[in-house]
Design a protein around this ligand. Structure first.
Ligand code: MRU
Length: 341
């Protein structure tokens, strides 16, 4: 059944059978460069180096990576179950925090259960295509449910990028705003720039501008004052991993926004697909938070901004306790913890 919704925004990847083309998100918004991948090593590298980023989409891209590698191995008569498991582990290791990555790769492996090995390659291709198509469907549902929480002429604060670039399809938190805009609710966005990778400054503003949604960019450290002065209606964020008790890992800075929202009495929603829920993880205490290269903090663009020898702590994510989260918007609607599969 087709559900009405806004037109599909520009997508972060294109699959062309032999190749997976990725829009290099490091170059946005100034240049639109596509990078072609035809094996797992290239896909792993692209995820690790942030060519493609955002929890849901790195899962889909990894599923295509598994297919491309299986195809290459089969052509060389070297495709075995053990080799496939090694490739799967390699892809899953590209980034540790987003559960969607392991979820997508494991689901691709599960699709092979009981299948003749002669059909593995075509099965993996069909499964990756299925995941990509599902992304479009479930992000549209999420966007619709999320938009129902957005009042007329609301002012929405967000962090990082949770749009189509991060998910394929329509996006999660940003998808909800795009949907509300399509419904003529006239939302306005405040986007945290999201140091050090500047996903908010570079990607969220770009995606919103393309859809003519009014957006104001703020520095991350202006969040409290923005809440004080700009009558923020609600905060919408994405998720990289949600524990059974509702604790949520998302882009570093999310925890601060949640604490501030509590202070100012602003509703704070996590907007994410069910593939972002980790039903093996009881609480946020066991979530592995990725720490990235100190160079990302020491430099702003190509310019070094800190003295030689300074030490750096560069967590890519933080974990927000469930107690600070008003609700969880999924493709099945609004949910509250505890979560069970
Ligand atoms: O480091 P990134 O850019 O992959 O981090 C992305 C985020 O933290 C997003 O908020 C999250 O993946 C949800 S994307 C819908």
């Amino acid at each position: 059944m087709n559900v009405a919704g806004p037109p599909l925004p520009p997508q972060p990847f294109q699959f062309r059978g032999e190749f997976l083309d990725l829009l290099d998100q490091r170059e946005l918004p100034t240049r639109q460069i596509w990078i072609s991948c035809r094996n797992a090593a290239k896909v792993h590298h692209a995820i690790r180096k942030m060519v493609v980023r955002g929890a849901p989409v790195i899962g889909t891209v990894a599923a295509y990576g598994l297919y491309l590698e299986a195809k290459r191995l089969a052509a060389a008569s070297r495709l075995t179950w053990n080799r496939l498991l090694q490739v799967a582990d390699f892809l899953k290791s590209a980034r540790p925090t987003a559960v969607n990555l392991a979820w997508a790769v494991d689901r691709a492996l599960s699709a092979l259960q009981g299948k003749n090995s002669a059909t593995w390659v075509e099965t993996l291709e069909a499964e990756a295509d299925r995941q990509a198509q599902e992304n479009v469907r479930w992000t549209l549902s999420i966007a619709r449910f999320g938009a129902s929480l957005i009042p007329m002429a609301a002012t929405v604060l967000t962090i990082c990028n949770t749009g189509p670039l991060a998910t394929g399809g329509y996006g999660t938190a940003l998808g909800a705003v795009l949907y509300a805009h399509w419904e003529q609710k006239k939302p306005q966005m405040f986007a945290c720039e999201t140091r050090p990778y500047l996903q908010g400054a570079r990607l969220t503003t770009w995606e919103l501008q393309q859809q003519n949604v009014p957006v104001t960019l703020i520095t991350d450290n202006a969040a409290a004052w923005t809440m004080e002065r700009k009558q923020i209606s609600l905060v919408l964020v994405g998720a990289d991993r949600i524990a059974c008790n509702g604790d949520t890992a998302n882009k570093v800075g999310t925890l601060g926004l949640a604490i501030l929202s509590r202070h100012y009495g602003i509703p704070f929603y996590v907007v994410a697909p069910l593939s972002s829920f980790d039903f093996h993880c009881e609480t946020g205490a066991t979530i592995l938070v990725e720490e990235r290269d100190p160079q990302e903090v020491l430099y702003c663009g190509r310019k070094r901004i800190a003295p030689d020898g300074v030490s750096v702590f560069n967590p890519s994510f933080d974990v927000t306790p469930a107690a600070f989260i008003t609700g969880y918007v999924t493709e099945q609607g609004l949910m509250v913890p505890p979560f069970r599969s």
